[in-house]
Write a new protein. Structure first.
Length: 141
């Protein structure tokens, strides 16, 4: 039986020696090591969408993910210092995707319309999502 650390933020399984989540880069130094269990099937069929950068990089987003410089997509977003560490949450309900700005300093825009903080807004495929006016992403659902 192998042992793992399950990230409290994104539920990713990490090696017991990790102090930083491999998926969302969250601090898991204080997370207890537990026995590895096969994840339930519902975990593997979580809805997924893609955010595509203008230079062809993909950020894969699952239902419930938070995107930001220290969250999902960190490897792509890291150079954009004005994007918040936890910038926006993505959720999928009944097949529809929603985005929620997490009270960011530099805001979130869909097709140049600014999102209100804490208000879920539906996303449609091919919309242009802008994080903090620095990073433009195309929504692929
Ligand atoms: Zn994580």
């Amino acid at each position: 039986m192998s042992c793992v650390k399950v990230c409290p933020t994104c539920k990713a399984t990490n090696a017991p020696t990790e102090v930083m989540c491999v998926r969302c880069l969250g601090d898991i130094s204080g997370v207890a090591v537990e026995e590895d269990r096969p994840s339930p099937p519902s975990q593997e069929t979580r809805p997924v969408m893609t955010l595509k950068t203008s230079d062809g990089k993909d950020i894969i987003v699952h239902d419930g993910d938070v995107v930001g410089r220290m969250a999902v997509g960190a490897d792509v977003i890291e150079p954009y210092k004005t994007v918040s560490r936890r910038h926006a949450r993505f959720t999928c309900e009944d097949g529809n995707w929603y985005i929620e700005d997490l009270n960011t300093t530099n805001e979130t825009y869909i097709d140049d319309v600014r999102l209100s903080t804490g208000k879920k807004v539906q996303l449609l495929s091919n919309q242009r999502l802008t994080l903090s006016s620095a990073l433009e992403l195309i929504v692929i659902i």
